[in-house]
Design a protein around this ligand. Structure first.
Ligand SMILES: Cc1ncc(COP(=O)(O)O)c(C=O)c1O
Length: 418
């Protein structure tokens, strides 16, 4: 069945996309007046037409200076592919932070491994000291999450991964384009995973990217992301290596998502630089602070700068600060509010705490291959994480601010904190 261009255009017009992005999508569609569903599929692009998914993968790997990039349909599917590709499964433990979206934890369970939840430190990212405390002989992987575009402490995490011979998978869902000491986030360990969902820096509605420098990991991820179809003669894999042909899911990206992502990828660094410049100016205008402190950032230069983070001494002070900022119409908020069940905080992952599974057998918690002790999941298992999050105040940075906006916001913040 053919899709009429006009119908697609109507849908595209509903999206809150910049004119330039819309124009690119129209152009893509208009070039193909006999648009058929085939064209939207990532494979079998008509001869002479560009394959947008492949182009996106090529441009992404080039920009991120990584050997392989695989476009997928979400950040969650990138994480699952990464875990499977790295050989993580029944009997293994994966260490994740207690402050991340539940998808990071869910991906570990889908891969049939056991999530072990670690504390964060004041950088709002996983605490390397607690990672080391949580390592057992069943630990196979560490999954740092660069929350709010804030880089994790990659030097320490890499050191630990090396010392204990662990896999390292970075969850960069909230940090598309960020870096740590000049190297892009997502390229430090065995695999990096990005999300392009509605709330992310690159936004295609739904979408994601998986990257690696390891050919075997890449081919295994290919296999998993597309029901082993990479082994078909008309696809990519050159020759089969032992242990690489197995069943999989369908996490393929489509051509429209890729076209949108391509356009945003091109502007990614300009966009991040604007955010970084605005965050820096805001800090300069605010200057030294007394009643609160700036949260430490593991790498200021590489921070995506979507948030300016303050820490108060006590949770109550954070609440008052947030109230005041909101009254003054500063785009600010907190993270941990006991009245809001936010799935970015482990405390509200009732499906983990109660070990809920889709079938009564309780896999992977009951897996006989697992010889360790299931962690005592509870609401207060990471008290340091809850304490830090309760004292956190976030100011959301906008790339659209001008100097006047920044000055005004700084004045409003200063009025309260000094
Ligand atoms: C830290 C983190 N990891 C993973 C995901 C999952 O990404 P997606 O929604 O694209 O599946 C998200 C999405 O919110 C996230 O914030």
């Amino acid at each position: 069945m053919k899709i009429e261009n006009e119908e697609l255009k109507e849908i595209i017009d509903l999206w809150d996309l910049k004119k330039e992005v819309k124009r690119k999508i129209y152009k893509l569609l208009d070039k193909n007046p006999s648009l058929s569903p085939t064209f939207l599929f990532r494979y079998y692009v008509p001869e002479g037409k560009k394959n947008k998914v492949s182009e996106l993968e090529k441009n992404f790997s080039k920009k991120f200076n990584v050997k392989y990039a695989l476009a997928v349909n979400s950040g969650t599917s990138a994480l699952i592919s990464a875990l499977i590709a790295c050989g993580i499964g029944p009997g293994d433990e994966v260490i994740i932070p207690g402050y991340t979206f539940f998808a990071s934890c869910s991906a570990v369970l889908v891969a049939k491994a056991i999530p072990v939840i670690a504390e964060i430190d004041e950088s709002l990212t996983i605490d390397p000291i607690d990672i080391e405390k949580k390592i057992t002989k069943y630990t196979k992987c560490i999954m740092p999450v660069h929350m709010r575009g804030l880089p994790s402490n990659m030097d320490k995490i890499m050191e630990i991964a090396k010392k204990y011979n662990l896999k390292l998978i970075e969850d960069c869902a909230q940090a598309d384009g960020g870096s740590y000491k000049g190297k892009r986030l997502g390229t430090f360990g065995d695999a990096g995973c990005f999300s392009f969902d509605y709330f992310k820096i690159i936004n295609t509605g739904e979408g994601g990217m998986f990257v690696t420098n390891d050919e075997k990991v890449y081919i295994r991820a290919q296999s998993w992301h597309d029901t082993a179809a990479c082994w078909r003669p008309d696809r990519y894999a050159r020759e089969r290596m032992p242990g690489e042909l197995f069943y999989g899911e369908n996490y393929r990206m489509n051509q429209i998502s890729a076209a949108i992502a391509l356009s945003q990828l091109e502007k990614l660094d300009r966009y991040l630089n604007k955010l970084r410049k605005n965050k820096k100016r805001l800090i300069e205008y605010i200057g030294e602070v007394k009643e609160v402190k700036y949260a430490p950032v593991n790498d200021q230069e590489g921070d995506c700068a979507t948030s300016l983070v303050f820490l108060t001494e006590k949770g109550e002070q954070a609440k008052k600060f947030i109230e005041q900022l909101k009254k003054e119409k500063v785009p600010a908020g907190g993270i941990y509010d006991k009245d809001i069940r936010d799935w970015h905080i482990y405390k509200y992952w009732e499906h983990i705490i109660e070990k809920k599974t889709p079938t009564k057998e309780g896999c992977p918690f009951t897996c006989t291959y697992y010889k360790g002790k299931i962690p005592d999941y509870s609401e207060d298992m990471c008290p340091k994480t809850l304490d830090i999050l309760s004292r956190t105040v976030i100011v959301n940075i906008s790339e659209a601010w001008d100097e006047k906006d920044i000055k005004e916001i700084a004045e409003k913040i200063k009025k309260y904190i000094n």
